[in-house]
Structure formats: structure tokens, C-alpha cells
Design a binder for this molecule. Structure first.
Ligand SMILES: *Cc1c(COP(=O)(O)O)cnc(C)c1O
Length: 352
């Protein structure tokens, strides 16, 4: 047996949302709608030339992203999905012995990517209302803390971070620590008083923002996401990035998607309205369903999680089950959501 890195076999693996043939897949927070015609056309044009390497610097895309967000191109770094950009942020910030603080339960990639970088994850339990416990997170910061990840709306609980909470938290955190605001679901966030990543990026030296084309823009299969960070940080992200990770297909699709924002907004509006309908129906059935500001809803089903997950699967509906904590159900098309609601109507609700 060849020698491998110490402890590598103990790293947890990322688990993909289950897919069962003919079942409604509500396990991966994907956009339920097929790609837009204009985006398909942009990708089709690239099919003539994928014998060639992509533009490694993604120059045209970075310009469009910078313009769209009112920042400088030097302040944008891209990757193969925001998961790759997250890996860049961690690798550029933290190594062996350094600590990465995040709320838990949150996005499952956080502890995995932290350990892949050789750094130490510091998970801080969520509050009982599913929000980030910022007092506990600030108290968890040590000399070794290099990075703090804040997810809003939080995957999988759907809770949002308010501007007032984030402002107070940043005042309590040393400025030498980079705070990454993961806004994968920003387009679905309708919460009054919500913290907006770009606003905090502009006013705080140590804030970076993470966005993705996978969710609202519907490009999950093409892999493209980006960070907005201070130019020095963004330059370091490029240093640790995987060369050529973002294909020309993905770059062109992302640019075409930015052109198609009004059309995409109509789909987002439908998903947001469906989210309200699903939550209202769940509550009418007796479920304790917290408000959610992502394209998913969260049920804290505790010890009954496996049983309820199985009951849904028997009705050909696949949700994402988290051990004995809860279930996350993606908001799909009206038809998909009706299938979910019909399936869960037969399950005794977990009440508050
Ligand atoms: C889905 C998701 C991402 C992004 O995924 P990519 O497809 O890699 O862009 C990032 N953060 C959170 C919290 C997510 O849920």
C-alpha cells in the first residue's frame, strides 16, 4: 500500500441528494425549470470548440459579474461552482492548526472542505429558532481563527441573517479574520431587514461574498460560482484555484444568464410564491414549519426523520434527510410540490 496523507480516510464524504427513478427529486435545491433557450443557444455555440482550453482567467465573465454587482473586476474570483470558490477561500485563509468557525447545522461542505485544507472546523450550534448564534460564534473566535462562514439564508434551515445581527457580529470579530457571507440563495431571500452581502462588503474590509449560478440561475450541472472579495484576497483565490476549472460552456452560460435576469426573475417569483403555499399547507396540516427564505423548506423532525423520509419515498418523493435532525424539502414546480404535499398529508405531523 502506498503512503497517503495521515487521517485522509477519516474525512467525511459529501453526500449528493438522492435520486430515485420516477420519483420527484426535492433533495438538492435544484432549479426545477429546464435551461432557458437563450442560455442553451450560448452553450450550443461553444460545442464547436471544446477541443480548446477555456479562458483560464474567465475575463469576459468576470467583467460582467463585476458590472452586475458594482465592484471592480479585481474583486471577483470564479470557480467550478461556489463550492470550488469556497475551497479556494479556505485554502487561501487557513492551514494546519488554523480554525474555521461556522454555524451548525449549515452547508455540509463547510466541515469537509475545512478538513481537506488541513484546518480545524469549529461548528457552533444554531439557536433554537434555527438562526445563527452570533454571540456563541463571536465567543468561539480564537488566535487561530482565520475564517468565519455565515450562510444566509441558511442551508438547510432557511433562516436568514438580519443586517442588524451581522453588523453587531462584525463589530465583535477582529478585523484580521475574513468573514465569508454565503448567499447561495440570495435571489429567494424576501426577508425584511435581511443583511445584503454586497452592502457589507462595501463597508467592511474583512467581508467577502459568495454567489452561485447553480440555484436561482439554474446552472447546477455546468458548475460556476464566484466570490466578491478585496482585490488582495481575490488574487490569492486565483493562486489556489484549479487551473481551467470553469469551462467555456459554463462561462458562456453564466453570461447569457446574466442577460436573462428578467426572465429568470419570473421563475424565482413563482418559486417564492410556491414556498409560501407549501409552508401554509404544512402548517394547516399541523406541522411546525419555520419560515424559510431559500428555495426549500425545513422540518425539524428529530428522531422521526428516517421514518418520515421513508414514508415520502414510498410516495415517490425524495427529500434530503439529516440523520435524526430534520428534513429539507426543495420547492419545485407546483406539480412537484403537490406531490410532496399529498405524500406528507399521510404522515402524523411533528408539532411545535
Ligand atoms: C448549493 C450551495 C452552494 C453552491 O453550490 P455550487 O453548485 O457549488 O455553486 C454554496 N453554498 C450553499 C450554502 C449551498 O447550499
Amino acid at each position: 500500500m502506498v503512503l497517503q496523507r495521515d487521517g485522509i480516510e477519516k474525512l467525511p464524504s459529501y453526500i449528493q441528494g438522492k435520486a430515485i427513478p420516477h420519483a420527484v427529486k426535492l433533495s438538492s435545491n435544484e432549479n426545477p425549470y429546464p435551461p432557458l433557450d437563450s442560455v442553451r443557444a450560448a452553450v450550443a455555440r461553444e460545442l464547436e470548440s471544446f477541443n480548446l482550453y477555456p479562458d483560464m482567467g474567465a475575463g469576459a465573465l468576470i467583467h460582467r459579474i463585476a458590472e452586475r454587482n458594482g465592484v471592480r473586476p479585481e474583486e471577483v474570483a470564479v470557480g467550478a461552482g461556489s463550492v470550488e470558490v469556497l475551497a479556494q477561500l479556505i485554502h487561501a485563509s487557513a492551514g494546519a492548526g488554523d480554525e474555521v468557525v461556522f454555524a451548525w447545522r449549515s452547508f455540509e461542505a463547510y466541515p469537509i472542505l475545512t478538513q481537506v485544507a488541513g484546518a480545524t472546523p469549529v461548528p457552533v450550534p444554531l439557536r433554537a429558532d434555527e438562526g445563527h448564534d452570533f454571540a456563541a460564534m463571536a465567543a468561539a473566535v480564537t488566535e487561530r481563527t482565520r475564517l468565519i462562514l455565515v450562510c444566509s439564508p441558511n442551508n438547510p434551515t432557511g433562516a436568514t441573517v438580519s443586517a442588524a445581527e451581522l453588523e453587531a457580529f462584525l463589530a465583535a470579530v477582529p478585523e484580521r479574520v475574513l468573514v465569508v457571507f454565503d448567499e447561495a440563495y440570495v435571489h429567494f431571500n424576501t426577508a425584511p431587514g435581511r443583511a445584503e452581502g454586497l452592502d457589507f462588503f462595501r463597508r467592511h474590509e474583512n467581508v467577502a461574498v459568495l454567489h452561485t449560478f447553480s440555484k436561482a440561475y439554474g446552472l447546477a450541472g455546468l458548475r460556476v460560482g464566484y466570490a466578491i472579495a478585496r482585490a488582495e484576497v481575490a488574487a490569492n483565490l486565483r493562486r489556489v484555484s484549479v487551473p481551467f476549472a470553469v469551462s467555456n460552456l459554463a462561462q458562456q452560460a453564466a453570461m447569457a444568464s446574466l442577460e436573462a435576469e428578467p426572465e429568470l426573475q419570473q421563475r424565482i417569483d413563482v418559486i417564492v410564491a410556491e414556498r409560501a403555499r407549501v409552508l401554509a399547507e404544512l402548517r394547516a396540516l399541523g406541522w411546525a414549519a419555520p419560515d424559510s427564505f431559500g428555495n426549500f423548506v425545513w422540518l425539524r423532525t428529530g428522531a422521526r426523520t428516517p421514518e418520515i423520509d421513508l414514508a415520502l419515498q414510498q410516495h415517490a418523493v425524495v427529500a434530503r434527510a439529516y440523520g435524526t435532525e430534520g428534513l429539507r424539502i426543495t420547492v419545485g414546480t407546483r406539480e412537484m410540490n403537490d406531490r410532496f404535499l399529498a405524500a406528507i398529508a399521510g404522515v402524523a405531523p411533528v408539532t411545535a
